[in-house]
Design a protein around this ligand. Sequence first.
Ligand code: AHR
Length: 534
Amino acid sequence: MTLALRASRFIHSLLVSFTLMALPLTAPALAADKVELSVDVSKAGAKIDRNIFGQFAEHLGHGVYEGIWVGPDSTIPNTRGIRNDVVAALKALKVPNVRWPGGCFADEYHWRNGIGPQRAVTLNPNWGGVIEPNTFGTHEFMDFLDQIGSNAYVSVNVGSGTPREGAEWLEYMTAAQPTTLAKERSANGHPAPYKIPYLGIGNESWDCGGNMTPDYYLSQLKIYSRFVRNFNPAQQTSQQMLRVAVGPGGNEPRWTEWTEAIMKAYQQHTWSWDFNGLSMHSYTVVRWPPSFKSVGFGETEYAQILKSTLEMDDLITKHSAIMDKYDPQKKVGLVVDEWGGWYAPLPGSNPGFLVQQNSLRDAILAALNLNIFARHADRVRGANIAQMINVLQAMIITDKEKMTLTPTYYIFKMYVPFQDATFVPVTFDVGTYTHGDTSLPRVDAIAAKDAAGKLWMEITNIDPEQPVEIEANLAGITAKSAAGETLTAPKVDSVNTFDTPNTVMPKPISAKIQGGKLALRLEPKSVTVVSVEQ
Ligand code: AHR
């Protein structure tokens, strides 16, 4: 949270207290409150790395099999086994990278099972103990990325693999010279080396990735970062592969110690080992095991989940401060490569498949988190929502030939203009929304300037009952017109289903420029993105 935001929140809470003391008990319902925002385009900040809009596709439930891969013989329209409807939908999100093959799955994944004409049939012990046919392997993943126009973020197996296995996988994927592994890749249909821009070295190595201590993990990190090499000639001097080390998983002291240990070692790293990103995982769950419902809930659960999701800000602030201590030049990016709402499995579903619905609440949750990442753009250089299809807070839900786009999908679509845009600070009074004993800020907003110099603003009204009148003072530009979209729905738990796919989707909003100021009315429980023409 910026200092300005904290100060305005404090002033606002004082004002609210005084106002409440002065109000008679029978006060009439409030009309739409006016909230003033100030944006100064000349005060540009860090670049909002497009990689914060990354996705995560683990071999888990129907995330990969059925969600992406139906096989070339399927009656569902597909290109080389990859479903066409899903590809078309994802293209529109300009997905910057996809993290694969896990998650916990990655530390039990042996890449040789997933190449060539004969695939080994194995098990997926983490996620329901089901059969893993390995029909979706390295080549299918790369084909999928090509089809959606995205980049690979490959997680290498540190938990049950070996440095040699990891090194050989990377040689298989990236070598251009005619090594035995490169020739095998070519024989399997891809003569040209693949580009691997991001490499995750292990996943949650403090838990499902092998229950390692920080020191044990550090010894593995040094070995993997040295020997798991990228040989692609196009990635030697520019576009070098960025290596992401395992980082914290929450707010407990053990993760503060983890970040301390890894970053302290980084400060003293030598030429022979290095990393460029520190991963962080943080789900919005409130209680473990996940027990909040993903549909059929009321305002209490709405307010509690959104309050809880805002803890992401403190978590990033805390771990960024540790990183600043050992890496003041901010060479290492914080990569929040698993985040999102994690709720109780839908009744009747396999609990190991992490199936949940996706509501308007999740759309707002996504917007709040993306705004937090944008505010920390100087340190947060990547994030991957969990997960892309059919698992946890998904973009897309499928059932055989049917597909629906979730409210979260539309948020990612609305935020496309913020990819690689330059952060512009916004000051405003966040206000307070209270339900029962849960209070949280009522309004959230970010602004950014795209490559063409156009100003984009996102404003969220969390309050599910009260609209808000926005008046934004725009300095540094001569605003002429504004246009945008807003996403809301009848209820906080409104969802899109196969039968009613358009319940939660963005609609055009009318925004005016009056006397150089932007004026618009925000619906209750809404996310709005507007652009300003000058
Ligand atoms: O996203 C589901 C699981 O959550 C991942 O496999 C694991 O990394 C995390 O605990």
